[in-house]
Design a protein around this ligand. Structure first.
Ligand code: GSH
Length: 258
């Protein structure tokens, strides 16, 4: 893929750019061809019925193409606006907040929005803790890192999220009775863990949490998200993820040369 130029952000007349950003016409999401940090955005784009293209970054060209991303990492969201501006957002959390706002996934008021963003952030960091701590760690410390995840990170996440889901009536949602960014992010984090070589051990624990499994199943039942996951692209991403996580590069690998 010829990389889109996005090393810098547009800055001319930010009030006009803000108006453009509020009226997107179509999107391109650039990420690796796996389910990880780009997955929540992909699922929201489908949920919102957006016109969008899933751009897969090939690892072969990454050494050069990374220089055209704002922080030399993915995901990156390219937005074509109704008034023909080309805008760029990066950093997974910022992209997800933006898309959630576009598709009314931030609750009914500012308080609900902040609740949703807290649950979202917590599940985002939970998944990141697994990725950094276990997936990408050096093979010689993997067992120890996995034990730390199973003994500390996982039970704390389950216990705290169960409490908040219980407070909302244990109805498969974090806030109120409708789907939000928080529901999708938590479901994506759980689905992410099902793709790992350590899935059996991890899911044995998560499966005992009725409130979290209810969130996972509620999101899986959304017709547009279900159709995306079952599509050829969705299935390919799942298969590629399993292969990638079975043999991931580990963190101490030097970064690609400029
Ligand atoms: N802070 C960034 C981190 C993104 C990130 O670490 N992306 C990884 C893939 S999940 C990446 O692009 N790595 C490529 C590299 O480091 O060269 C975010 O939250 O979006």
């Amino acid at each position: 893929m010829a990389q889109l130029q996005a090393a810098h952000f547009s800055r001319a007349s930010t009030s006009k750019l803000a108006a453009s950003l509020a009226k997107p016409a179509s999107f391109k999401l650039l990420y690796w061809p796996i389910n990880a940090l780009g997955t929540t955005s992909r699922e929201m784009l489908e949920y919102g019925g957006a016109k969008w293209e899933n751009l897969s970054q090939s690892p072969d060209n990454w050494g050069q193409e990374r220089l055209q991303t704002p922080f030399h990492v993915l995901p990156v969201l390219y937005i074509k606006t109704e008034d023909e501006n080309d805008l760029v957002l990066s950093e997974a959390i910022v992209v997800e907040h933006y898309l959630a706002k576009q598709f009314s996934l931030l609750g009914d008021n500012e308080y609900e929005e902040n609740l949703i963003k807290m649950f979202h952030n917590s599940s985002h960091l939970f998944q990141a803790a697994f990725a950094q701590g276990v997936t990408l760690c050096s093979p010689d410390v993997k067992e120890r890192q996995l034990a730390a995840f199973l003994n500390n990170t996982l039970p704390t996440w389950i216990q705290t999220h169960e409490k908040h889901l219980h407070d909302n009536g244990n109805n498969g949602h974090y806030v109120g009775e409708k789907l939000s960014l928080a529901d999708i992010r938590t479901a994506v984090a759980i689905e992410h863990l099902t793709l790992q070589p350590q899935a059996a051990q991890i899911m044995e624990v998560i499966n005992k949490s009725e409130p979290l499994i209810k969130v996972k199943e509620t999101v899986a039942k959304d017709p547009k998200i279900a159709a995306w996951r079952a599509s050829e692209q969705g299935r390919k991403l799942t298969e590629a993820s399993k292969a990638f996580f079975t043999n991931p590069p580990f963190a101490s690998k030097p970064p690609p040369k400029n």
